[in-house]
Design a protein around this ligand. Structure first.
Ligand code: NDP
Length: 448
C-alpha cells in the first residue's frame, strides 16, 4: 500500500475504534487507490484522504415510539452526511437490528464512490436505525417511521440530503416517512426517493438496482462475446435487489436456480418461478421456505449461518444480493471449485476482502457492488430530476437511461483499471474512477 494511504488508514483505525466494517471498506478503497497516490503526490498536501474519510456531519438521535400494547420503545437513529462535493448527500436508510455507526459509515463511504460512478450530481450519505421491522404491525411501522422522520426532517432537504430505501425500508416505509416530512415541513418536494407512483415516485425505481446489476453483467458478457443465455445463476437474498435481479437475468436468458433469506435458501433446478417468490415476499411478507411448499421439486435448506450454504450450489454466475460479508473465503473457494466464472455484487460489500482477493487470483470476473448495484441510486437521481421538473418519464425512458448509465459505468471502470495497468481488475477500476471525480471537485473547492 502507498505510504500515505497506509498512514491515513492507521490513523483512521485509531480514531474510529470498534468500527470493523468501516475499517474493512476503507482498507479495500485505500489498497485500490494506492497507485493514484503514487501518481499524485500533491493529494497528500491537500490531506485529501483524511478529508475523504471524515464525514462532513454525523447525526445520531433517539427514536421513541409506542408499540401496539402501549409499551414505549426506544431505538437509535443515524444519518451520516459523508461527502457533498459533487451534489446533495444521497443514500438509503436501513432498518435492521444489526445497524450501528460502523455499518452506516461503511455504507456512506462506499456510497460516495458509487454515486460518483453514476455520472450524476449526487454526494454520499447513509442512515438508518437498529429498529427491526420483522414481526411488527403496519401501525407499529408507521409510528416508528413518523418518530424517525420527526427528527430526521431537521437535517434533510431536496437540495441538501435525499434519503432512499435500503434493507428493511421499502415502499411502505418510504410512504410513512414522506407523509410525516410533508406534514411537518408543509412541502411536497423530492426529499426522499423510492416514493410511490401516486406521490412523486419514478417508474422503474423499484426494479432499478436488480435490473442495473443484470445490465452491467450483461455488458461485461457482451464485451466477451458471451451472454446470460444458458447460464446457471445463483442469487442470494429475496428482497428488492434479489427479486428484480432475478427478473432481468431470466429475461436475458439466464436460469436462476436459488434465492435465500436469513433463515435459509431455496434450490429449484427447473428455474425459480418468480411470481411465486413475489407473492411470498412482496405480498405476504413471509419466509422464503414457503416456496418449497408451493413449487413441486423445489428444495428448502435451513441455513441460519448467514446463508453461506447457497454458495455450495454449482453455477456459472453468482449475484450476492442480501447483505454485507455474506460471502466469505470458504464460500469463494467453493464457487471457484464449482466453475463459477463471474461474481457481480448486488448487495453492498457482500464479499469479504479475502474472498474478493481469492476471486481475483482465480481470474473469476468480479464486479464490485459500488459499480454493479449503482443502478438503484442512479434511478433515484432520475427520480430527483423528474421531481424538479414536475414531470414523469415513461418506464421505457427511465429503463433506457438506467441501461445506458450501467453500460457507461462498466466502460469507465474498465478504462480506469487499464489506465493504471490493472486490466480486468474492476475493484480497482471502480474505486479509482469513482474517487478521481470527487477528488477533483474537492480540490477545486479549496479546503472545506
Ligand atoms: P431487502 O430488505 O429488500 O432484502 C434483503 C434480503 O437480504 C432479504 O431477503 C433478507 O432476508 C436478506 N438478508 C438480510 N440480512 C441477511 C443476513 N444476515 N443473512 C442472509 N440474508 C440476509 O433489502 P434490499 O434488497 O434493498 O438490499 C439488499 C442489499 O442490496 C443490501 O446490501 C443493500 O444495501 C443493497 N442495495 C440496495 C439497494 C436498493 O435499491 N434497495 C441499492 C443498492 C444496494 P430476511 O428477510 O430474512 O432479513
Amino acid at each position: 500500500m502507498n505510504s500515505y494511504a497506509e498512514r491515513v488508514l492507521t490513523q483512521l483505525k485509531q480514531k474510529n475504534p470498534n468500527e470493523p466494517e468501516f475499517h474493512q471498506a476503507a482498507t479495500e478503497i485505500f489498497e485500490s487507490l494506492s497507485p493514484v497516490f503514487d501518481k499524485h503526490p500533491e493529494f497528500e498536501k491537500q490531506a485529501l484522504l483524511e478529508r475523504f474519510t471524515e464525514p462532513e456531519r454525523v447525526v445520531m438521535f433517539r427514536v421513541p415510539w409506542v408499540d401496539d400494547n402501549g409499551n414505549v420503545k426506544v431505538n437509535k437513529g443515524y444519518r451520516v452526511q459523508f461527502n457533498s462535493a459533487i451534489g446533495p448527500y444521497k443514500g438509503g436508510l436501513r432498518f435492521h437490528p444489526s445497524v450501528n455507526l460502523s455499518i452506516i459509515k461503511f455504507l456512506g463511504l462506499e456510497q460516495i464512490l458509487k454515486n460518483s460512478l453514476t455520472g450524476l450530481p449526487i454526494g454520499g450519505g447513509k442512515g438508518g436505525s437498529d429498529f427491526d421491522p420483522k414481526g411488527k404491525s403496519d401501525n407499529e411501522i408507521m409510528r416508528f417511521c413518523q418518530s424517525f422522520m420527526t427528527e430526521l426532517c431537521k437535517h434533510i432537504g431536496a437540495d441538501t440530503d435525499v434519503p432512499a430505501g435500503d434493507i428493511g425500508v421499502g415502499g411502505r416505509e418510504i410512504g410513512y416517512l414522506f407523509g410525516q416530512y410533508k406534514r411537518i415541513r408543509n412541502e411536497h418536494v423530492g426529499v426522499l426517493t423510492g416514493r410511490g407512483l401516486t406521490y412523486g415516485g419514478s417508474l422503474a425505481r423499484k426494479e432499478a438496482t436488480g435490473y442495473g446489476l443484470a445490465y452491467i453483467t450483461d455488458e461485461f458478457l457482451k464485451c466477451n462475446k458471451d451472454s446470460y443465455k444458458g447460464k446457471t445463476v445463483v442469487i442470494s437474498g429475496s428482497g428488492n435487489v434479489a427479486i428484480y435481479a432475478c427478473e432481468k437475468v431470466q429475461a436475458l436468458g439466464g436460469k436462476v436456480v436459488a434465492l435465500s433469506d436469513s433463515n435459509g435458501y431455496i434450490y429449484d433446478k427447473n428455474g425459480i418461478q418468480l411470481d411465486v417468490v413475489k407473492q411470498i415476499k412482496e405480498v405476504e411478507r413471509a419466509r422464503i421456505k414457503e416456496y418449497a411448499n408451493r413449487v413441486k421439486g423445489a428444495e428448502y435448506h435451513e441455513d441460519t449461518n448467514g446463508s453461506k450454504g447457497i454458495w455450495s450450489i454449482k453455477c456459472d454466475i453468482a449475484h450476492p444480493c442480501a447483505t454485507q460479508n455474506e460471502l466469505n473465503l470458504e464460500s469463494a473457494k467453493l464457487l471457484i471449485a464449482n466453475g463459477c466464472k463471474v461474481v457481480a455484487e448486488g448487495a453492498n460489500m457482500p464479499t469479504t476482502l479475502d474472498a474478493t482477493n481469492a476471486f481475483l487470483d482465480a481470474k473469476v470476473t468480479f464486479l464490485p457492488g459500488k459499480a454493479a448495484n449503482a443502478g438503484g441510486v442512479a434511478t433515484s437521481a432520475l427520480e430527483m430530476a423528474q421531481s424538479s421538473q414536475r414531470l414523469f418519464w415513461t418506464f421505457e425512458e427511465v429503463d433506457k437511461k438506467l441501461h445506458d448509465i450501467m453500460v457507461n459505468i462498466f466502460h469507465n471502470i474498465k478504462k480506469a483499471a487499464e489506465d493504471y495497468g490493472f486490466d480486468g481488475n474492476y475493484v480497482m477500476g471502480a474505486n479509482i474512477a469513482g474517487f478521481m471525480k470527487v477528488a477533483q471537485a474537492m480540490i477545486d473547492m479549496g479546503v472545506c
